[in-house]
Design a protein around this ligand. Structure first.
Ligand SMILES: [Zn+2]
Ligand SMILES: [Zn+2]
Length: 535
């Protein structure tokens, strides 16, 4: 059996693992790569996936970093089944259409910009038509009901407790008369999550592919997270400004409403502070949550049964249209705005940040993991200004990072969950995490459990056989092509030398022209200073 790591290898986005076993080839997840322009290229060039050669997919859950590339692969020739739980299917029907809509809008925007620059039209990564074509591939499976996509493979989905319908996968692969047990943790839920049940426990595996997003830290407890949210609300309310909460449209958004509902019950949410759920997906997603309540946490079900609706607030407004969304920014006075995307690099949240980041008294509350390269990460890391819609926006708002709302297990919970495996010689592969966090976690797993741990890189291949890793092939040049810094820097130095040589010519120009050149040089200088300060 061979596993190839197509994403979420030493990073958190682009989850996709292609398995070859018993003459068949299939994928676990098919996520979108997110980060900077360079990482984005991986979404465009999908040849390495060989989409037509993937027979079927096992989809762990409806987050875009696990399922967002599906329409692209369908467009490029994937025509097999996609196995998923019924709530994952329902959520993906709205999520993928929304994602396609964003792709189409961005292409239109780039197209207009391109035309202004004399370039051609921009093509979207995929369209709503591609998304609809993906839905035809869906095939529902339930937790705990094994099925067999081909002879020699048995698959069981189990509740991962991460978001509605999320799954971890247990695979039994039989090749040459020998059977190996392979487990993919998917994204592993945090055990105290408000809406989700605890992640299922699995006792047996020969090979475990486990997520490691929070491999280097634990979350603060829930009570403190609620306190911090209350603090952000009080801070901006007192200053007549807004609280902006970037949140994934599913799960995190519902958890935030639930949390605000709890604050309101405790009298910590001012009744005259409107809450806007500025995401057209929100109503639909919330309805899907209500409809699938049997998958949710028992306390939540108890509240519903008692006639209380934890997913509502008296001052909650849904803003569906772009017009309504823009009106939020025209209105002054305190308010709370929950909007997507969760990492602040797409969707309506970008407008809210552009309007509020520079305002003293406003708050931005990050409640989810921010991947390297995203706008959210830059703000969390303390950037003084960020680029939004090609404009530098100062960061004057107060920034809160509340990871206690995370939908991911923290370090101790990952280790606890792993501790339930009893197989001797279990081999562990860390996926879905940044390298530093993975190294910390790997050290802990080795010392605590004495297990073998590998941290595969992007495009790496491992060959597994009846409890043994027989080969690992890395492609460092393809995974992270070398950047010629020496050339880049000496090229710049040469230009500065030219500039110095031409100083006389600059001084000979008309004064107005000189002032313009001066301003451009000051800009360039500031740009370089910014780069240096970020290093
Ligand atoms: Zn997830
Ligand atoms: Zn994920």
């Amino acid at each position: 059996m061979k596993v190839r790591f197509m994403g979420a290898a030493r990073t958190v986005t682009g989850s996709c693992y292609i398995l070859e076993a018993a003459g068949h080839r299939f994928a676990v997840d098919c996520g979108m790569h997110q980060g900077n322009a360079e990482i984005d290229k991986r979404n465009w060039d999908v040849e390495a996936y060989d989409p037509a050669g993937i027979e079927f997919m096992l989809m762990t859950h409806a987050h875009m970093d696990h399922a967002g590339l599906l329409p692209r692969l369908v467009q490029k020739g994937f025509s097999g089944k996609v196995y998923l739980t019924p709530p994952t299917a329902e959520l993906l029907r709205i999520m993928l259409l929304d994602s396609a809509h964003i792709q189409e809008m961005e292409a239109q925007w780039k197209g207009r910009k391109g035309l202004r620059h004399g370039e051609g039209d921009a093509v979207p990564l995929y369209t709503q038509k591609d998304a609809l074509a993906s839905f035809a591939r869906f095939s529902n499976v339930n937790y705990g009901e094994p099925f067999s996509p081909f002879e020699g493979l048995k698959v069981t989905f189990r509740d991962a407790g991460h978001i509605l319908g999320s799954a971890m996968l247990e695979l039994e692969v039989t090749e040459g008369g020998k059977t190996s047990r392979v487990v993919f943790s998917g994204d592993l839920g945090r055990s105290e999550q408000l809406l989700m049940e605890e992640p299922a426990l699995i006792g047996q595996a020969d090979f475990l592919f486990i997520e490691s997003t929070y491999g280097n830290r634990d979350h603060k407890d829930d009570k403190r997270s609620l306190d911090e949210l209350a603090e952000a609300v009080a801070y901006s309310y007192a200053r007549g400004e807004k609280v902006i909460i970037p949140a994934f449209a599913i799960e995190r958004t519902q958890e935030m409403i639930y949390s605000l509902h709890l604050l309101a019950k405790e009298g910590r949410l001012p009744a005259d502070m409107p809450v806007y759920l500025d995401s057209p997906l929100a109503i639909q997603a919330t309805e899907i949550f209500r409809k699938n309540r049997k998958y949710l946490d028992r306390n939540f079900k108890a509240l519903l049964a008692g006639g209380e609706d934890p997913l509502s607030l008296p001052q909650l407004h849904y803003t569906l249209t772009t017009q309504e969304s823009m009106e939020i920014n025209n209105s002054r006075g305190p308010a709370i705005v929950i909007s997507a995307s969760g990492m602040a690099d797409a969707g309506r949240i970008k407008h809210h940040l552009r309007h509020n980041l520079w305002r003293e008294g406003a708050s931005v509350v990050f409640v989810g993991f921010q991947a390297q390269g995203t706008t959210g990460r830059k703000i969390v890391d303390g950037a003084q200004k960020v680029r939004i819609f090609n404009e530098e926006v100062l960061v004057k708002a107060r920034i809160f990072t509340i990871n206690g709302f995370s939908a991911h297990a923290g370090q101790s919970q990952i280790l606890d969950w792993l501790g339930h495996f009893t197989t001797k010689g279990l081999q562990v592969f860390l996926i879905h995490g940044e390298y530093g966090a993975q190294q910390t976690l790997a050290g802990l797993i080795r010392s605590r459990f004495g297990l073998e741990v590998a941290i595969p890189d992007y495009l790496e291949e491992v060959t597994l056989e009846a409890g043994l890793v027989t080969e690992r092939v890395a492609h460092p040049e393809k995974a992270a092509p070398r950047i010629d810094w020496d050339f880049l820097i000496s090229d710049m130095e040469a230009r500065f030398a030219q500039l110095r040589q031409r100083k006389g010519q600059i001084e000979a120009k008309a004064w107005v022209e000189q002032t313009e050149l001066r301003d451009r040089l000051i800009d360039a200088n500031r740009n370089i200073a910014g780069i240096i300060s970020e290093i």
